[in-house]
Structures are given as C-alpha cells and as structure tokens.
Design a binder for this molecule. Sequence first.
Ligand code: GLA
Length: 704
Amino acid sequence: MEPTRFLSGKTSTLCFDTASGGEILYWGAKLSSSQAAKAALSRAVPYGRLDADTPVSLMAENGRGLFGSPGIEGHRDGRHWSPVFTLTRIEETAEGWHIESEDRAAGLQIATQLLFDGDNDVIKMRHRLTNTGVGVYELTRLAVTLPLPERASECLSFYGRWVYEFQQHRHSVQHGGYQQENRRGRTSHQHYPALIAGTPGFGESHGEVWGAHLAWSGNHRLRIDVKADGRRVLQAEALYVPGEIVLQTGEHINTPWLYATWSNRGLNGMSQQFHRHIRQHLLAFTPDQPRQVHLNTWEGIYFDHDPQYIMQMATEAARMGVERFIIDDGWFIGRNDDKAALGDWFVDESKYPQGLEPVIAHVLEQGMTFGLWVEPEMISKNSRLYRQHPDWLLQLSDYQQPTGRNQYVLDLSNDEVFSYLFERLDTLLSRYAISYLKWDMNREVVQPGHQERPAQTRQVERLYALMAALRAKHPTVDIESCAAGGGRIDYEILRHVQRFWPSDNNDALERQAIQRGFSYFFPPEVMGAHIGARKSHSTRRVSDIHFRGITALFGHMGIELDPLQASEEDKAGFSRYVELYKQHRQLIHQGTLYRLEGDDPKAQSLTAIVSADRRRALVAVAQLAMPTWALSGTLRLQGLDPQTSYRVRVIDAADNFRSGIVSTQPAWVEDGVELSGEWLEHAGLAMPVLDPESAILLLVEAQP
Ligand code: GLA
C-alpha cells in the first residue's frame, strides 16, 4: 500500500497517510503530491507525554494513546471497549476512496467512504461499523473525525429557536473546545448541525475556513476540540440514547454523511462550493423547472376555511401573478384549532362539502398548481386515529410525556403506522391534483420508544423511507420540509425534499438575519421566502412593501397572507415583486451568491447574486438599523469580470428613498452609471443613505 495518498480538486488537496490507522495529514490549499509529505509533517515528541506521536486517526481511538473524544465507543458484554483499528485496504474509485480497517481482537470492522467532489472541493465522508465478532456489540458512539490545523482557532456556529432561526455565534477556540448536542428528535432550531472553523478574523471574503455539515435530521453531537498540543479536531455524529444501537453478529450501522469543504476565500468561497455541490448532486429538480411563486393561506385565514372565500383568494392570487396556491393547516376532519385531529387525513366535509375538488379545479382554471399542508408524523389524542390506535404513539408506556403544541408523535417503526401514513398520503396525491406538500413537524420528541426500546434513530430513518416511497410513486410532487419553521433543515432531508421553510417569522427585518444564516450552507432556490402582512404576525413590526418584497426576492418567493384583505398599495406591490422575481429567478436560482462586506456591517446587509457568465448581477442593499455614521461608505461588488464594462442602476426602492434621512443621494443613483468590473470591485460606488428597515435593489448588466 502506498504510504501517502492525495485527493486534489480545483482549489484544495487532502493528503492521507495510510499508516497508523489512517490519518488525514493535510487538508488545505491545492498542492502537487509529494513523496516527502510524511517526513515533512511527522511531529516532534515532546517530553512529558507518551513516548510516541499519536495521530488523529480515522477513528480517533483512545486505545492508540489519543486522549480526546474517540470516534467509537461501545462494548461487547463489558469487553472490547477500547478498539484500535488497522487499515487493511484502500480502493480508489472515481468518487474517492473506500477504506477498510479492522480490529480482529474486538471483532469489529470499519468501512470508510471518503468521497471527494473535486469540481467543487467538497468532501463527503461516513463510516460503517460491522460487528464481525461473536455476540452482540452495544454501540454508544460512532463519529466522523476530521483534524484541523492549529490556526483554525475561531469558530462560527448557529443557534436559534422558533421564529428566530440561524443566528450566528462567533467564538474563539483556544483551549478546551466547543460542543453542541441536540436531543430534540429533529434537526432542531436550536443546534443546527454545522460548524465552521477558520483562521482568526475570517470573514465573508477573506481568511481560510473549514466548513462542515452533518447530514442528519435527528439527534446529533458536533464538537471542535483543542488538543493540549494545539491541534484542532472537528467531530460529528448522530447521538444515540443508551441501548439504542445493539449490533448482532454480522450487523452494521452507518454514520450520517459529513460534508466538508475548505476555502481560502472566506465564507463566500465555502458557501459557493457547498451551493454548487448541492445543485449538482442533491437537488431533485433541474434549472429548467422555474420555482413557482407560492401563495400560502396560513397567515391569511389560519383554521377558518370556507371554500367559496378560498376560491376568491385564489382568483386574486392569480391576478397578482401567483403560480401555486397552497391550502395550509385546517382542511381535514375536525381540525378547527391546534388541539385536535392530527392523524385524520380525510377532507373535512363540514368545511368542504364537495371535497377539495371544486377548489382545486378553480385553482387550476386560474392557471396555478395546487399544494396542501400535512403533518404526517403527528397525532392528536382528540382524533379518530388515536381512539382507534392508542398504542401507535412513540412513547414509553410507563410514563406520561409532555405534549408539544397539544400533540404526540406516531411510532414510525410500527409497520402498521407506516402503511397507514403511506396509504393516506398516497390516496390524497392520487385523488387530487396536488403538486406540492408542505410537510410539517411541529413538536419535539420526548421518550421515543418503540415497544419500550429506544427508537429515535429508527424514527428518522423511517421518515426518510416514507418520503422516498411517496416520491417514488409521485415523482413530480415537490415536498417542503417545515418543522415549526426551520426545525428540520439539513443535507439529508434535502435528498427527499425540494424546499425548506426556514422560519415562521415573515418579518422582513428578522428574515434578513435568518436568511443570511441559512445561506451559508444552502442556495437560494431551496429557501422559501414569503412576503408577509404589513404588520408581522410574529413580531407586530410594520414594514413597507419594498422592504418585504426585496427581502423575499432572494429565495423561492411566495406570499403569506389573505390577498383579499390587503391594501391596494400592497396588492400593487405584490404584483410588482412577483414580476421582478419572474424576471430574475433564473439568475437568483442559478447564480453565484456573495454576502458582500460593506463599511457598516452592523447596520447594513449586502447580498449579490452574479450570473455564471458574469454578465448580470442583482444586488440588495438592506438597511437594517440606523446608519452608524452619517455616510455609509462604499458599495464594492464581487464576482464580476474586471475588464467588462457594466451598467449599474437602481431598479427598486421605497418611495421616500430620495427624501428620507438624506437630502441628496449619490449622483449615480439618478440615472445609473457605467463602470468596469475592476472599478466596481475596488473603488465601488458611494453608498446611498437609507432609512432604517428599508432596502434598494440594483441591477448590474454587462454592456455589449
Ligand atoms: C407550523 C408551520 C406554519 C403553519 C402551521 C400550521 O407552525 O411552521 O407555517 O403551517 O404549522 O399549523
């Protein structure tokens, strides 16, 4: 076996040493392979430590003399609790490496897939553990471990809660480390499964960053540790409860996939690599399928469903240019509030005496497609389903678990539950012309028991299987992942869904922060972004139509209100932003996203999307708060061709843009200006002075 191996992409290289259980020796800027790699990077052995160097091997085994968090923990009736693996084989395929290791004494085998998308410099890695010994092996932890260099001493993670997702947390990791654990049974609002490490002060467009995302929609643990010798280690795993993973002889378990990328172009470089990888490898729709403008009824009518009124809403929606009309919660038997009926997925004939057919026919006549809200994993105690099958709950029968939004979770490991849900959803999709399901999941999971045994991991696997089975039978139906807003957003669920609902918060100001956080790992075309009511239902903040419209434009746009109750000004605004979205959605959904660095980052958020051929760009300048200074510096663009001449003009702004807290805006604002890409990147444009909570939209077009 060759001692060192290399994987190189467009900008990065990963160098792997096959000795010592397999160690990633180097992961950073692109290098030519070198025979001397091992000699160059073999570490000193200081006094006061073990007498031999300890690599951060693939499984990070304590038994090797590594004192940090190991990649595997478990035992076989009290034995084989400290395995040490020997690498036995590497097979190189077009996608990367398949690495096998084993511990014969412990009767354990590891198969590692270390795949590399060289076009986008994205690593995809997971381990499979097989019990090859005699007797059961009880596993408590199985993690993917990646070494990081000493200079990766700053970390960006995300925190949040309902209506406040994707908030950024910057911290320095000098000693000890940082750990986040999620035990909420879904990806969670609180502990988004991604971590970014970087060189001190890394920013949107500068610094080295190593970004990692764990593709898993259940419980998880992510950590960055600083070893006492200064090396940094990133580790990610699905989190198991005691007794959950018991492997019989011959059985195996996979870790979730860990996706990771390195960039020396800061966070934008990292995001662009992830976005491209997602577009090429994870999305189930193609660029020639434009993302339709939605109107979702939730904040418009809540549980108050009257088909005649809903049809009027649909007529008005179509007039504004909406392309897909979605009936949210409240359409099924007995669902008049959030206290009852989950599980009874039959149309409520007291509300819809002729079924959903007339409404759907009307929606289709208006030239729109139709979508429906469901929450399949849930059950209300006040439901027919519960009265018939009280034992279908995911629960431990000796305890009374708390409800969440008055509801309980169904046990998907129970085949009868699985079949019932498949039958109900399949029937709805077969009977009605439904092109989209908003798949919700509104509560956290407590005591996930199947026949008294822990079943949290299995619950998530069965959810994936249910979605996959439905998509296999109805391949053109789009699914949106919603979990009380952004509670289930990750790369694994993205293999089954085509859209995310990042937050129930449609307040444009809050959305600016939420959508920015979302953009680090996901491209705009999978981000539901709706124009909500003038007065936000989540915060009561009032925002004008321009700020709401420009904010919603940078995702998969929609509207979330009752258009019949909207003012004429708002309605005119909806039509305008729907039109702008249709004009520019190809650029927004296929272009390259830049979170621009401005001179007043506390008060402004700047986003640009540049077309792949660099001939067009759309730029949003969002003024979040009062400008810190009387002037806001310059707007410098990125991603343009330095030699090309571009025309830049303001294509949308609030009416008071020229008369708010400013008497005269910079000269270029009036009729636009023509400048080279080089100028726009380095000298830029004098920034207009904007009122707080307002935005302007610029179009940049290459001149012939
Ligand atoms: C959740 C979703 C909302 C809406 C309601 C319906 O809260 O996040 O968008 O669908 O459920 O009950």
